[in-house]
Design a protein around this ligand. Structure first.
Ligand code: AMP
Ligand code: MG
Length: 534
């Protein structure tokens, strides 16, 4: 049954480009099944018993032309809790497949995400609005279609934080507590608990993933595969002007290679580890998508993964995200092959990935280190940097902030530059002489390169602080905020959201949000260890 219509919502101009242009599943039953010859299935969200707005993104609400009054209204809450459906909206769940942890997993699909339709932003972009955690869909398989507060809060905060960090990402408009309880075995150790449920409204120009193409290729449905590729090109890749159909698809692939390489270097820049880089979690437009057991690098460690489900092989560890993206792009190339039927063209594009990534990565590091020229960093220098960061437990975020200190460049600190990095070390008083020496040597090298370029130290500091954030959504802070919200206190969540809107600017009285991980958080579940249970 279609939920009741609230009159105020009739003003919302939902459009439905995705469903207007692509084939729907003809079965309207909401029951688990394999869906063939379709890109999505119609399905309505379920009711939340007692919805409560925990937070919303003012910045995004403004972009989507919701006034402050709109956001405070009963209708707004009901709409984004999934309790009403706007008259112009035709909610649906997408069909996609994917490679999970290196294996083809067959059909997956939106098991708990329901797209309401698209709304125009002030920037003239059409944004899809999607509720995550609003009940089962035909793609839910054996799961419940719901989401718990802790994971919803983590997705809500991190999406908006990434946006303000200028990392390509899907966004989040609302975090709503449903008032219902959800059963989860957080550590998969036979201890299921009742947890508060929540719904997040995610927002993005598109939620299409590599997996949307893979499932159609697996079903040998070249016709719909072509329709999906055409739709994606027309709506999300305006830069593709080529008329020849096959070459358009090749260009699409080249663009995805490029955007994905950029995304990987941006994740590295801010120290983000996705945790579940399965191909169903790879956006076709190069956005960060599906925030699950992600984590932020605190002490620099290329081997680190926050995802306990991936603990044995660490497939998705920090230092391997770039290589995994390349592998995932290979799966996308395979999926697009039936449209192109030319291995060489796809291979050529795929083989360009390492060079494209290296380029992005090096120019990103040039900026992070306050240098000016791409020639100033080669792979040997980067390797030495990464070795330095691993010699003693070093907070990546604070390390780069310290590196911008103008004093570092002064001869006065020759041989004593390590003291300027004190704040970044987890055990500054326990650094032995040989580690100190290696650090001094590398810092001396860096300073020589900087000084050769005759850079103004103050300008260098300003430009570095514009690419090296001070405030990132640290893992332990997320857990502290979750603890507060679970007790019914939303103040810290709102304060944190405010701080994360300006991640590059030091803010008065907000030092607590920039502090390195406290000792207790090193081993606490939810801080450095997360499972896929959400
Ligand atoms: P993820 O690991 O979050 O990327 O999810 C992988 C697949 O499992 C996707 O198809 C999700 O929609 C589905 N899924 C995850 N959690 C749930 C849930 N609680 N209910 C239904 N489907 C889910
Ligand atoms: Mg997913």
């Amino acid at each position: 049954m279609r939920p009741r219509i609230v009159p105020v919502l009739t003003k919302l101009r939902f459009s439905n480009q995705f469903i207007a242009n692509l084939p729907a599943d003809s079965n309207l039953q909401n029951e688990t099944r394999l869906v063939k010859n379709a890109c999505y299935s119609f399905v309505n969200p379920i009711r939340a018993t007692k919805p409560k707005l925990a937070a919303y993104s003012e910045d995004l609400a403004n972009l989507l032309q919701f006034s402050t009054n709109d956001c405070a209204s009963y209708d707004f809450l009901q709409l984004f809790a999934g309790n009403v459906v706007s008259p112009k909206s035709k909610p649906y769940a997408m069909c996609y497949g994917g490679h999970q942890f290196g294996q083809w997993a067959g059909q997956l699909g939106d098991g708990r995400a329901i797209t309401l339709g698209e709304l125009p932003g002030l920037d003239n972009t059409l944004y899809s609005l999607q509720l995550k955690g609003a009940g089962k869909t035909p793609y839910s398989r054996t799961a419940d279609g719901l989401a718990v507060l802790r994971s919803s809060l983590r997705e809500f905060v991190c999406s908006e934080a990434m946006y303000h960090l200028r990392v390509p990402t899907t966004r989040a408009l609302t975090l709503i507590l449903t008032g219902d309880h959800v059963v989860r075995d957080m550590l998969y150790d036979g201890n299921p608990q009742l947890e508060p449920g929540a719904v997040v409204c995610r927002v993005s120009p598109t939620f299409v993933r590599f997996g949307n193409f893979e499932i159609l290729a697996a079903q040998r449905n070249t016709n719909i595969l072509g329709q999906l590729a055409d739709f994606v090109i027309e709506n999300h890749f305006p830069e593709i002007k080529t008329k020849d159909r096959k070459l358009r698809y090749v260009e699409l692939f080249e663009q995805v290679v490029d955007r994905t390489a950029l995304l990987m270097s941006e994740w590295y820049r801010v120290g983000f580890v996705h945790g579940v880089m399965n191909t169903d979690n790879m956006s076709i437009t190069g956005l960060t998508i599906d925030y699950g057991p992600y984590g932020w690098i605190e002490d620099f460690d290329l081997e680190w993964t926050p995802n306990t489900t991936d603990a044995s092989t660490k497939r998705y560890r920090f230092g391997q995200q770039n290589a995994v993206a390349h592998w995932n792009l290979l799966q996308l190339a395979n999926a697009l092959y039936p449209l192109i039927e030319d291995v060489k063209l796809l291979e050529t594009a795929l083989h360009q990935y390492p060079d494209i990534y290296r380029n992005y990565h090096q120019s990103m590091l040039v900026k992070k280190l306050g240098l000016t020229d791409l020639n100033q960093v080669n792979s040997e220098f980067i390797e030495e940097l990464e070795q330095c960061l691993s010699l003693t437990e070093t907070d990546m975020t604070l390390f780069y902030r310290c590196l911008s200190n103008p004093k570092l460049l002064s001869a006065e600190f020759d041989g004593e530059r390590v003291s300027l990095l004190r704040e970044a070390f987890y055990e500054p008083d326990n650094i032995n002489e040989s580690v100190k020496l290696s650090l001094e040597q590398w810092l001396g090298k860096l300073v020589n390169i900087v000084n050769e370029g005759q850079v103004d130290p103050i300008r260098r500091e300003q430009s570095m602080n514009n690419v090296n954030p001070l405030y990132v959504p640290r893992n332990y802070l997320a857990q502290l905020v979750i603890d507060e919200v679970e007790k019914g206190n939303f103040d810290m969540l709102h304060e944190w959201m405010g701080v994360l809107q300006n991640p590059y600017t030091e803010q008065q009285g907000k030092a607590n949000f920039a502090k390195k991980r406290p000792e207790w958080a090193k081993t606490r579940v939810g801080c450095s260890m997360l499972s896929c249970s959400s």
